[in-house]
Design a binder for this molecule. Structure first.
Ligand code: ACO
Length: 324
């Protein structure tokens, strides 16, 4: 018995922005972006492609693939740092949009680890109640949270959503384990201000700073080390080694982080799924979009050992292992 992925789906905005397009926005160039990040293009959400719309379209595809109807969904969790509104949650908008009238719904802020933390929640909810079907979504429109004059950040990110439906099975497949960690003490290295959480003078002021800020080199080092640690800790706790893994689906931050991870984990590059060139870093959406890409390309077969790892602002990070 185990907790399995019943179906996956994803949705990308229609507009594609290439590196060359970016050259007319900030002082950058295609060659710099390709060699430093591996990114060639990213999708940018339009007026009617808000976070909850992308999330809902991805969710509908995942439910069709899972052969699950909206009224069978018991819980909707949306990992996002670019929520449609501060309140209600994007998950509540999704619930209405897809007609999941029997679900309860909430958002989860774990930055790029949002889908992974959601996977962990699904795992534990379904362990406690085998009848539960959980829709986990990672969805972002980070184009609305970027400082388009800051070339250190605006070239890295993209918009999109990915989703997976989790449920229970009687056979021996399913989630083998998860390993999740956070370290809030390093928040300044990667953060995004919003409205301040204190207003003692009761003033009405504009919020001017809801942009991603990042110390790129520091984030790079922490990301590689944390994902490597999480993967090794999880595998050791299950008496497994990296050789037991069929496919690794990591957070798609940038190609150099992924190459370093491949080197540290001592895996062959063909075992690591990479699609960052097409989408950039879509934060919480990156793993479920990659999972859906890998799944629809037929790269995952029943019984495969699929390993996920993520790292993001907080810092938050983790790894999860599924026997598919
Ligand atoms: N275009 C052209 N030149 C640029 C750009 C740009 N977009 N951005 C920076 N530069 C310049 C810098 O100004 C600097 O110029 P200088 O030497 O004249 O001062 C030069 O390029 C080198 O800049 P660095 O910041 O040192 O470049 P680095 O090699 O560290 O690469 C990068 C920057 C790509 C951000 C790298 O640090 C990185 O990959 N960090 C990881 C960050 C990340 O992926 N964050 C995503 C969120 S967290 C996550 O998802 C894991």
């Amino acid at each position: 018995m185990g907790i399995v992925v019943l179906g996956t789906g994803s949705c990308l905005p229609k507009r594609v922005m290439s590196n060359v397009d970016l050259e007319s926005i900030v002082d950058t160039n295609d060659e710099w972006i390709r060699t430093r990040t591996g990114i060639e293009s990213r999708h940018i959400g339009g007026k009617d492609e808000q976070t909850y719309i992308l999330a809902s379209r991805a969710a509908e595809k995942a439910m069709v693939a899972a052969e699950v109807t909206p009224d069978q969904i018991g819980l909707i969790v949306v990992g996002t740092i670019s929520s449609h509104m501060q309140m209600p949650s994007t998950a509540c908008f999704v619930q209405t949009e897809i007609g999941a009238k029997n679900a309860f719904a909430y958002d989860l802020n774990a930055a790029c680890s949002g889908f992974m933390y959601g996977l962990d929640l699904a795992y534990k909810y379904i362990l406690a109640d085998h009848s539960m079907k959980v829709l986990v979504i990672g969805a972002e429109t980070l184009s609305s949270r970027l400082d388009w004059a800051d070339r250190n950040t605006c070239i890295l990110f993209g918009d999109g959503a990915g989703a997976a439906v989790f449920g229970f099975t009687d056979d021996d497949r399913g989630i083998i384990g998860t390993h999740m960690l956070s370290d809030g003490s390093l928040w300044e290295l990667l953060h995004m201000h919003g409205p301040e959480s204190s207003n003692p003078d009761l003033k009405v002021e504009n919020n001017t700073g809801a942009f991603i800020r990042m110390e790129g080199r520091e984030v790079f080092k922490h990301a590689v080390r944390a994902m490597e640690d999480s993967v090794n800790t999880l595998l050791a706790s299950k008496g497994l080694s990296i050789d037991d893994i069929s496919l690794i689906i990591p957070h798609q931050a940038n190609i150099r982080i992924l190459h370093k991870l491949v080197e540290r984990l001592k895996v062959t590059p063909d075992k690591v799924f990479i699609n960052v060139s097409k989408y950039g870093n879509t934060s919480a959406a990156s793993i479920p979009i990659a999972l859906d890409d890998a799944n629809s390309q037929g790269l995952i077969a029943e019984g495969d050992m699929v390993l996920f790892c993520s790292f993001g602002g907080g810092f938050t990070w983790g790894a999860a292992l599924i026997k598919w």
